[in-house]
Design a protein around this ligand. Sequence first.
Ligand code: PEP
Length: 258
Amino acid sequence: MTSPQRHRIRCPLIAGNWKMNKTVVQATELVAELLAGVGQPQDREVLVCPPFTALHAVGQLVQGSPIMLGAQNLYPKDSGAYTGEVSAAMLLEAHCSYVIIGHSERRGYFAESDEFVNQKIKAALGAALKAILCVGESRQQREAGQAEGVVTDQVRKCLAGLSDRDMAEVALAYEPIWAIGTGLTATPEDAQKMHVCIRSLLGDVFGEEVARATRILYGGSVKPGNVDYLMAQPDIDGALVGGASLEAESFLRIIHFE
Ligand code: PEP
């Protein structure tokens, strides 16, 4: 059982991004193991984001449990001739409450711009889905001393036109690209520094109340061995976990961070 995190103002969110992994059979096996080990956490939220094909089956299993369901992407139109795409309403019907938007793999492999990401966030919120907006710099940008500028620019553009009320349904995930799937993690101190920078920008754009209430997750090779250190930072409000969310044992350890 997890210990109460009473010092926190924001409820931590631990989210698993399964990416293009797990058939329906594998997904239901994994989620059954997670359900067996998750307990009834009162002081943290848990989310899994399977591929589209497994959403319905996983959604049936997690209903009424402490595990929430999210998707990894959506297309920002209600319906129509967009072959291969999936709308926000379709995700909602599959029992999703969250959707990940602007992951660096989508930005990199599918050339998604900040403006397109902004449209997707608006489509998600318009359909009563919560959004996890991913931002993060490349290794070259970090080495050139541009990390904070790049990330704040992404945040500004991706959240353009959103109201304070909209922001209650948005979490951010700071995911340095060089740390995703590489085994390299930002040090807890470096991650904290970027989270403070993002929070300060949220204060400038939306005001102090939104800045204080918005969850900023860290993502990038979060593992059982580093999660406690990352989560000990005051501005790290959760984790977006790729590789280590694909095995029940490692994801459960991350969920039960100290
Ligand atoms: C991710 O996919 O968002 C991610 C952070 O992956 P990993 O944990 O494998 O680095």
